[in-house]
Design a protein around this ligand. Structure first.
Ligand SMILES: [Mg+2]
Length: 364
């Protein structure tokens, strides 16, 4: 594969409402699109700056501009490009994710295959949750009702600011949706170890499938303690950003499950490296997201379909945006379905990309 041209496009799309979690809140979602061209084919990727990897739209643009020079006039293998870029740009995983995704999309189109086929995965669909941000008790109930009406079959509740109020909100959601809907909670590092232990005890009666990242990402001793004491499985999210950390978390029993996010680990290739680790140890994982548009969500679906141990998908950020620059991923019966297209199976709306293109000079 030889790449003829790369285009890097920052876009900003408003969210439907402010999204609040334990570490902050956001009204607009910024994304960086990457288009790679080779002969008659084009591939697209999509990255989102975020506080977990500490990347901004500006840092992503700068990293991608520098990454381009590694690709010029070379015959490339996806895995080799990734290894080289991942070693050279360790602080830019979301930028790498966007480029890596575009190259996988391109490779699928060149080989007339879907990305999940290239990854050795199965066809099909993935059940996704819908996430309820941190909001008032009444709004939490309203949102739970709305999402049930929209056809979602699992909910994730963001917590991590006020322990007793969080427990009250989780209880209210369980009462609202009944006993059969899977509920997940995510504290985004919001609690002390003591608070996390209280939380785990109190939530047992509400049949919660897992709790994400209860304590600070660098408090691995605390994470291990909570994991060993909790009856509810604990999932590491912010604490795991690559496959070596995933392996450490599993072998040292720091958490029970892993949240794979393409933005944390450098895209599909990085995600597959974590999938290899969880498959080796038979540990369950989820694929999550970080404010990306549908294109990157589809990439997450392809990764989900590559391993039977990826049992959960939190692939809902595109539902939170007021518009999308891409189309092709369908939502039916609580599940995300890939359409027949090759590569990632997504079509881009060029007019919309222009509409939401950021003028960075004007925006800052
Ligand atoms: Mg999380």
């Amino acid at each position: 594969m030889k790449i003829d041209r790369i285009e890097i496009i920052p876009i900003a799309i408003d969210r439907n409402e402010v999204f609040r979690i334990a570490t902050g809140s956001e009204l607009t979602s910024e994304n960086v699109l990457v288009e790679v061209k080779s002969g008659v084919h084009e591939g697209w990727g999509n990255g989102a700056p975020n506080s977990v990897t500490k990347e901004t739209t500006e840092s992503m643009l700068s990293a991608l501009t520098r990454m381009q020079t590694h690709l010029n006039d070379k015959d490339l293998e996806v895995e080799n490009i990734w290894e080289e870029l991942s070693a050279s740009y360790p602080k830019d995983p979301s930028a790498l994710a966007a480029l890596d995704m575009a190259i996988w999309d391109l490779r699928g189109k060149e080989e007339d295959k879907s990305v999940y086929q290239l990854l050795g995965g199965r066809s099909g669909s993935v059940l996704t949750d819908r996430t309820i941000g941190i909001m008032s008790y009444e709004e939490t109930i309203e949102h739970a009702r709305d999402y049930m009406e929209q056809g979602f079959k699992a909910l994730k509740i963001k917590i991590g600011l006020e322990l007793m109020e969080d427990i009250r909100r989780v209880e209210a959601v369980r009462d609202t949706v009944g006993p059969d809907i899977p509920l997940w909670v995510d504290a985004n590092q919001g609690y002390s170890v003591q608070e996390a232990l209280t939380l785990c005890n109190k939530l047992v009666e509400f049949d919660i499938e897992f709790i994400e990242q209860p304590v600070k990402e660098d408090d691995l001793t605390g994470l291990k303690h909570v994991t060993s004491e909790s009856e509810i499985p604990i999932m590491a999210d912010e604490a795991v950003k690559d496959h070596s950390m995933a392996e450490r978390i599993i072998t040292e029993e720091l958490a029970d499950m892993i949240n794979i996010k393409l933005m944390k680990c450098g895209g599909i290739t990085g995600g597959m490296k974590i999938a290899e680790v969880i498959d080796t140890y038979g540990v369950e994982a989820m694929v999550g997201c970080m404010g990306e548009d549908m294109l990157a969500i589809a990439a997450g679906v392809h990764v989900c379909l590559s391993s039977d141990n990826i049992r959960y998908a939190d692939l809902d950020s595109h539902f939170m945006l007021s518009d999308s620059v891409s189309t092709g991923l369908e939502f039916r019966e609580g599940r995300l379905w890939l359409t027949e297209g090759k590569g990632l199976g997504i079509r881009m709306w060029r007019e919309k990309i222009e509409r939401y293109r950021m003028d960075l000079e004007a925006a800052r």
